[in-house]
Design a protein around this ligand. Structure first.
Ligand code: 2AM
Ligand code: CA
Length: 266
């Protein structure tokens, strides 16, 4: 069956509308890269422009819904019953460098549970979407996680550390531990697409620290509906929004968690 909730239709439509100017902006990047000023400010405005279109479209239908976004912050803060979680460009560094690995990511929450999500890469024209209870799709085809059973055969993806991270050593030692025990590890620079790629079986698992909720909200429902498993590995379990994600095809989940928890550098 295809997805058909009013929310998913709204998100999809907003994504298609915002992607028109995003594709145009991406086309401009090449020119700006060779200019003296560089594309930095331009990217910030592309981010804002995309976000504005998304918010306008979503608000047309539901002006009262809460919104959490990367650029504008929180809108209608008191409404925690219905909320959109928006990342207008996930993979900003890739976008800035003319690399077509970035996406619009939008999740929809009801009573703090993610009900549906869309991750759209407008350059490759790949739209990942899911609705709780109705499966996950890439464009019109149903997707499922990989069936890989053994972590030693797994191809994983990760991200970070962010530039200002205070735990770079820890993140790099984790990377060493994991890469010594799996087939290989990739780093693609868009958390949303990384999770989506686990959902459709391209990668067997993904982990990353220091994320924001909007990076992963849509990905969580897409991965779960594709048969994957998502949880978090925070040291501080009292934080309201968790930042360190572990997302896999389910089969390799516990083994990957053990590798991440292993403290010694091998
Ligand atoms: P962004 O492109 O929207 O900033 C890169 O490893 C991934 O981590 C991207 O999805 C990126 O989202 C996300 N991320 C979150 N916080 C970040 C930060 N402070 N610096 C770099 N990437 C960050
Ligand atoms: Ca992001």
């Amino acid at each position: 069956m295809r997805l058909n909730s009013p929310q998913i239709n709204l998100i999809t439509r907003a994504c298609m509308k915002a992607s028109r100017s995003l594709i145009r902006d991406f086309g401009e990047i090449e020119n700006l890269q060779v200019s003296a000023k560089g594309p930095g400010d331009f990217v910030t405005s592309a981010d804002k422009r995309t976000e504005k279109i998304l918010i306008e479209e979503l608000q047309k239908a539901h002006p009262e819904y809460g919104i959490i976004t990367e650029e504008a912050g929180v809108i209608n803060k008191s409404n925690t019953k219905n909320r959109w979680i928006i990342d207008p460009i996930d993979g900003t560094m890739n976008f800035l460098n003319g690399i077509p690995q970035f996406a619009i990511s939008i999740g929809y929450e009801e009573d703090k549970e993610i009900k549906c999500g869309v991750i759209f890469n407008p350059i490759t024209n790949e739209m990942f979407c899911a609705e709780k209870g109705n499966g996950a799709y890439l464009n019109n085809a149903r997707i499922r996680v990989s069936n890989k059973k053994e972590i030693k055969d797994a191809l994983l993806v990760t991200g970070g550390p962010k530039r200002a991270s205070k735990i770079k050593d820890k993140i790099f030692s984790e990377y060493v531990n994991v890469s010594n025990n799996v087939a290989n590890v990739r780093k693609f620079g868009s958390a949303a697409l990384d999770i989506a790629y686990v959902a459709c079986g391209r990668f067997d698992g993904y982990w990353q620290r220091e994320l924001n909720y909007w990076d992963i909200a849509a990905g969580i429902v897409i991965l779960k509906e594709a048969g994957g498993f998502v949880d978090f590995f925070e040291e501080d379990t009292n934080l309201p929004l968790k930042k360190n994600i572990l997302a896999t095809n389910s089969n390799i989940h516990e083994e990957l968690r053990e590798l991440i928890n292993k403290k010694d550098i091998e």
